[in-house]
Design a protein around this ligand. Structure first.
Ligand code: VGL
Ligand code: ZN
Length: 240
């Protein structure tokens, strides 16, 4: 029958269109953020996008995704990696060490990085195209010269940044995370969100990773173990 065959073709096309739009068959936006949810946008700074001193491959691609997603959230927070000159996480602060080597610090293992996100420099500024008009807080971290802070919640030696107290006081229960880099500041923030008693959800396609020495797979394993949920931006219900 010609009519039903034509219907098949039409259905086939729309199913294909849905797959193309979401990357997954049958995907539907099933998560609707509410008043107890916060969107924490991690370190979308000039140093971490192409052209920056610690550029994350395709790091700039997260910007339009994050800008769009932010409209789905009643509460938005952004973070900035905010190091002193000569910071302990810089390879240049340790004679003979090269970026991506590791050293032992009193608080544990420390990967050494190229100089990046130095306080007050253009590289430390949020990417110009990042548009978060409703953001309620911009939190800076990593500003103690001898202690790194990948996490937005706790410095590498455990010292709280104040974000846990802020979110608790605001009655936030669940933290959605996106930004740069998946395997360092996003992952550590997500795991610490769990440790501090929040539900944590990482929006994978709104992040990009560094993936140094297998760090991306290790980070996802750590996050899974900590009870972090892994979703895609298409899972979030957008306002009309
Ligand atoms: C980051 C390495 C060093 C990040 C910050 O934002 O993921 N990575 N500092
Ligand atoms: Zn840093």
């Amino acid at each position: 029958m010609i009519v039903s065959r034509r219907r098949d073709v039409v259905f086939g096309l729309s199913a294909f269109a849905a797959l193309a739009a979401t990357g997954r068959a049958g995907a539907a936006a099933t998560i609707k953020p509410g008043n107890e949810d916060v969107f924490v946008v991690i370190d979308v700074q000039n140093c971490f996008v192409p052209g920056g001193s610690l550029a994350v491959t395709k790091g700039d691609e997260v910007v339009p995704i994050i800008n769009r997603l932010s409209r789905a959230f009643a509460h938005v927070v952004a973070t900035q990696d905010w190091h002193t000159p000569g910071h302990a996480s810089f390879a240049s602060s340790h004679g003979g060490k090269k970026p991506f080597e590791s050293i032992k610090m009193p608080y544990g293992n420390q990967v050494l990085w190229p100089d990046h996100c130095v306080q007050g420099t253009p590289g430390a500024e949020l990417v110009k195209e990042l548009a978060l008009p409703t953001a309620e807080l911009i939190l800076r971290k990593g500003y103690r010269k001898s202690v790194d802070s990948y996490s937005a919640f706790n410095e590498a030696d455990g010292t709280p940044t104040g974000l846990t107290a802020y979110l608790r006081e605001r009655k936030i229960k669940r933290v959605f995370l996106a930004g740069l880099a998946t395997d360092f500041c996003v992952a550590w923030s997500a795991v610490d969100a769990r440790k501090n008693g929040f539900a944590a959800v990482v929006i994978e396609d709104a992040c990009r990773g560094i993936d140094a020495n297998g760090s991306l797979a290790a980070a996802w394993a750590n996050m899974k173990k900590a009870g972090v949920q892994r979703i895609q931006s298409a899972d979030i219900t957008m306002p009309a």
